[in-house]
Design a binder for this molecule. Structure first.
Ligand code: HPA
Ligand code: ZN
Length: 346
């Protein structure tokens, strides 16, 4: 393993910002900044139920996941046309490139939008065009993961999967998002099996607010390759052993956990314990427009709060590439670039 030189605490934020990384857990609809919500509302002749950008941003105080999801869902109503989806994704991808993200995997869902009368092709084509432009214009790769909404039925998830099949080559994977408590993964075992038969890569949110049993279910019933969040795994030693044995990555989102009150403070977050245990943890922004920052903000605030080191930074960035769904040769190339940045950082 590559040996990481010690870095003075004062220099760590700069290293965190400049190191190459992948972002694997972000919902593109959660990158919709209040300014863009108002701009899209104007363009589409829609009303926002807040007088201005500042008052909308002030409403972003949440007691739990559901309180967030209600506001997040209201924000998605301004998305009507392919160009709206493009503009939203393009704004995020530019922001990600500025954070030295070399590869991003974007969650989105079609069920929210079809529920508003917007067809799946409008959603997927707009997002995909932004991902293609990111490669040619920003030099970063981006892939799309379609999430089923777990508060809806199995039949509705099957319908969403059917609608996505014509766009199979524009999607890398299938995920599971929305209200976790009361919606354990096993309800979606059959539709995940169908997705697996179509060679989709599989992930699921589990153990964000829900118990370790939901993580077990995501692994056993859905057969996912990565767990999104997974912070509750640390309550279950047998589960930790299982995640270690199979090297199952966890896409952790510290500022999300703070804003949704999963942990009372960042200083009490268990990311450091995960790294100590040897888990394949990564750092991600989840819904950056709502949770107070993009991926670099998640890194810098969490490192300051937990006293993490340059070796932890290297491990997290290395893990982000390792856990990604990019080709093995590209992955190695990104990891080599990472090592080079750490070697030459003064
Ligand atoms: N959890 C579950 N569903 C979501 C989230 C989240 O943090 N963000 C957007 N959809
Ligand atoms: Zn999420």
């Amino acid at each position: 393993m590559f040996r990481v030189k010690p870095v003075a605490a004062g220099r760590l934020p700069e290293l965190l910002r400049s190191m190459p990384k992948a972002e694997l857990h972000m919902h593109i609809e959660g990158s919709l900044e209040p300014e863009l919500i108002f701009a899209l509302a104007r363009r589409n002749d829609l009303q926002v139920p807040y007088p201005d950008v500042e008052s909308l941003r002030r409403a972003y105080v949440f007691g739990n996941l559901q309180e967030f999801l209600d506001i997040y869902h209201a924000g998605t109503k301004v998305l009507r046309n392919e160009q709206d989806f493009y503009d939203m994704a393009w704004a995020y991808l530019r922001r990600a490139a500025a954070d030295n993200v070399l590869h991003a995997e974007l969650f989105f869902d079609t069920q929210t939008h079809t529920g508003h009368g917007v067809s799946a092709d409008v959603v997927i084509n707009g997002l995909h065009r932004a991902c293609a432009d990111a490669q040619t214009q920003l030099g970063i790769s981006a892939a799309l993961i379609l999430c089923f909404l777990r508060h809806l039925s199995e039949a509705e998830a099957f319908e969403a999967l059917e609608q996505a099949i014509p766009y199979r080559d524009k999607l890398v994977g299938i995920g599971l998002a929305s209200s976790e408590l009361g919606h354990p993964p096993e309800k979606f075992a059959r539709v995940f099996a169908k997705a697996r038969s179509l060679a989709f890569r599989l992930v699921a949110h589990a153990g964000e607010e829900g118990p370790p049993a939901y993580i077990w279910s995501a692994l056993e019933a859905l057969k996912v390759e990565r767990i999104d969040h997974g912070v509750m795994a640390m309550q279950d030693p047998a589960l930790i052993a299982r995640l270690l044995q199979d090297g199952v990555p966890l896409t952790v989102c510290p500022l999300s956990n703070l804003k949704l009150r999963v942990f009372p403070s960042l200083a009490e977050h268990n990311l450091g314990c995960m790294l100590e245990a040897g888990l394949v943890a990564t750092v991600n922004s989840d819904d950056p427009a709502y949770f107070g920052g993009y991926v670099n903000e998640n890194f810098t605030q969490t490192f300051a709060a937990l006293g993490l080191t340059a070796a932890d930074a290297y491990q997290l960035a290395y893990n982000s590439f390792e856990a990604s769904f990019i080709d093995a040769s590209v992955k190695r190339g990104f990891q080599d670039r990472l090592a080079e940045v750490f070697e030459t950082f003064e």
